[in-house]
Design a binder for this molecule. Structure first.
Ligand code: ZN
Length: 661
């Protein structure tokens, strides 16, 4: 294959590293990943860039507060951001840090180009300045006070480099007119056009009062200021000055939050025009997720974190909800109630149920092999037509980034298949030749529909679509399926199904929300490890490992006496959705029945534990594990390099509640 694929380059913003990602950042990165997967299924060679914006006075301050060097602080932050994207299955193809050498070189090169072309000059910048924080303040508090430290501000003038933004009013307006799709959605475009029509002021692009930044070559102590540095990261990620070699520039799509659209559609194209470089093809501004109609922020305490949701419901559930609930480009409301409702209705009862129902019927009636369809009746034709029509509609909506519409179409086809099965009732048909043939037609039709919706849903639901695809016995991964070749009728009879897996176990709403909130609370306010003098909690969580570390300090009997251990008997044991290592146990400790979580699920089945007598630390402060309250600790030895838990027990009859001494 020597055929050269068309390239597609898209980016998320380069996120600022003075904090950690919440659902807003996660949303943009998920959208970028959906587009990437979709474009790959359409045959494009796609690169997606994300990264971290690591310079500036806020990072200087945060590092100082943490008592570490800036470089160390941002390295840790960048690692944390990258690790989260990896964990969530949305890693960048290019992760660019603004402290990367290749980025530093690109910014300095871009500056030289702009300067040589006459768009950069030295001038004076005057503003309100906080001497204590070493920073200019754009929005002072009433009475000219510093918004950060409340100290009085002073008017300070410093020498800066300026970018001649004013020279680009005409070129920008011409560019918008010739490229009507450059700014999306349309409402944002009008806003930007009238802003530029109102006139553009030159822009200060360097500072001498900030230390932590990219130096302007030969002009120390000048460092580049915010946008000239951060925006350029999109270019440094794909080759910088040598961008032509890799062939991904200009970017096809910058995804941004609506608050930063001006910088991306005014400053950024102007910098590039000044350097005579190609300008990106499109900038798409999305809205915000609001929590109870308020913008999320850490200080308001209404910030939603991705991890707890993913632990409870899976990443696909989060992806589906974010893209289905809100029209891309508009603001949307985030609520756990709506999230869990959608999960149960659309995923567990919708796609999940259709897949397991179809697989079970084929298993039972056709020995787990896709049947051969017989003569088609009008209702079979109608369903086929609906699914075939959905392909075109869904692709069109993905192209327009109308994700909610695309998913609506897919789910309406799933709904039609449910109705079809319910009215055709293949389970009520007998074993005569005619009835068997009819069953074959119905089940082939349902399975073929399932194959098509699975391929269409893959960009949004990569994990579960891959499972359904495998279930349908499809050899090549669903992500490799070419959407342009997807048609009704391609499912080969005789294909063996693989073993069905539960896609979306139903959850009880109140309990699910409580657990998500508890996990979020744990992540936002981590409790210091509970001191456990006699037993170290196993790293798997919950079970206490009785192994004494080598060279441990000796303790007096009075210390040991602080730990109250009793004989307990396990009454019930169950797995916990979203926590594969934990079992939820109820344990009789003589005086009461306790709920205790133990990290033993990988080594003990729930059934094997019922009635078993164990050693329980009963006076441990209650804590939550994966959102489930645990009131005590089961003692176990930690064996081997993996720390396999082996429950401590008794070889003679012991009374429940007896104290261990
Ligand atoms: Zn201050």
């Amino acid at each position: 294959m020597t055929e050269k694929k068309e390239k597609f380059y898209l980016t998320t913003p380069i996120y600022y590293t003075n904090g950690l990602p919440h659902i807003g950042h996660t949303y943009t990165t998920i959208v970028a990943d959906v587009i990437r997967r979709y474009k790959r299924m359409r045959g494009y060679d796609v690169v997606m860039t994300t990264g971290t914006d690591e310079h500036g006075v806020n990072v200087e301050r945060a590092a100082k507060k943490a008592g570490v060097a800036e470089s160390e602080f941002v390295a840790k932050m960048a690692d944390a951001w990258r690790a989260l994207w990896d964990e969530l299955g949305i890693p960048a193809d290019e992760f660019v840090r603004t402290t990367d050498l290749k980025h530093v070189r690109t910014v300095q090169w871009l500056f030289r180009q702009c300067k040589e072309n006459g768009y950069v000059y030295k001038g004076n910048y005057t503003g309100l300045y906080c001497i204590y924080d070493n920073a200019f303040v754009n929005e002072p508090k009433p009475g000219n006070l510093c918004p950060d430290c409340d100290r009085p501000l002073e008017t300070v003038t410093e020498e800066n480099y300026f970018f001649k933004l004013s020279a680009f009013q005409r070129p920008l307006l011409d560019f918008y007119r010739k490229n009507p799709d450059f700014i999306q959605p349309e409402t944002r475009k009008n806003e930007i056009v009238s802003f530029v029509e109102g006139g553009l002021k030159d822009l200060s692009i360097t500072r001498t009062t900030i230390r932590w930044g990219i130096p302007v070559p030969g002009e120390e102590p000048h460092v580049f200021y915010v946008w000239f540095d951060a925006l350029t990261a999109y270019l440094s990620a794909v080759g910088g000055p040598e961008y032509e070699k890799r062939g991904y520039w200009p970017a096809d799509l910058h995804l941004v939050g609506k608050d930063i659209i001006r910088f991306h559609t005014v400053y950024w194209p102007a910098f590039l025009m000044a350097a005579m470089l190609p300008v990106p093809k499109q900038v798409w501004a999305h809205g915000w997720f609001l929590m109870d109609a308020a913008k999320m922020s850490k200080s308001k305490g209404n910030v939603v974190l991705p991890r707890p949701i993913v632990n409870m419901l899976g990443m696909d559930a989060l992806r589906y909800f974010l893209l289905r609930e809100v029209v891309f480009g508009q603001d949307g409301n985030f609520s756990y109630d709506a999230l869990v409702t959608r999960y149960n209705s659309d995923l567990a009862n919708g796609l999940g149920n259709l897949a397991s129902r179809t697989a079970a019927l084929i298993e039972k009636n056709f020995d787990g092999k896709i049947p051969k369809p017989g003569a088609r009746q009008p209702q079979d034709e109608a369903l086929a037509k609906e699914a075939q029509a959905a392909i075109g509609e869904v692709l069109e909506n993905y192209d327009k980034l109308s994700f909610a519409r695309a998913l609506e179409t897919i789910w309406s086809v799933i709904g039609a298949a449910d109705k079809y099965l319910t009215s055709e009732q293949p389970w009520a048909l007998g074993n005569s030749e005619d009835e068997q043939a009819r069953k074959g037609t119905i089940l082939w039709t349902t399975a073929e529909l399932l194959r098509i919706v699975t391929a269409l849903a893959y960009p949004v639901l990569p994990d579960s679509a891959s499972k359904v695809w495998l279930l349908l016995g499809q050899a090549v991964g669903v992500g490799k399926c070419e959407l342009d070749g997807l048609r009704w009728g391609q499912l080969a009879p005789g294909t063996a199904l693989s073993k069905a897996q539960t896609l979306f176990p139903r959850v009880e709403k109140t309990e699910a929300i409580e657990r998500i909130e508890a996990m979020a609370n744990e992540e936002l306010n981590p409790t210091p490890a509970v001191p456990a003098p006699a037993a170290t909690p196993a790293s798997a969580g919950g079970a206490a490992a009785a192994a004494v570390p080598a060279a441990s300090e000796k303790i007096g009997i009075e210390d040991f006496a602080k730990v109250e251990m009793r004989v307990g008997q396990i009454k019930t044991a169950e797995r916990i959705v979203g926590a594969d290592k934990l079992l939820k146990l109820t344990v009789d400790i003589g005086t009461e029945i306790r709920q205790i979580c133990a990290g033993i699920a990988q080594y003990y089945t729930p059934e094997s534990l019922i009635g078993r007598k164990v050693a329980v630390v009963v006076n441990l402060a209650p804590r939550k594990l994966r959102g489930v309250e645990s009131n005590g600790m089961i003692v176990a030895a930690s064996v081997g390099p993996e720390g396999r838990p082996v429950l401590a027990g008794f070889h003679e009859e012991v009374e429940v509640g007896a104290r261990l001494k």
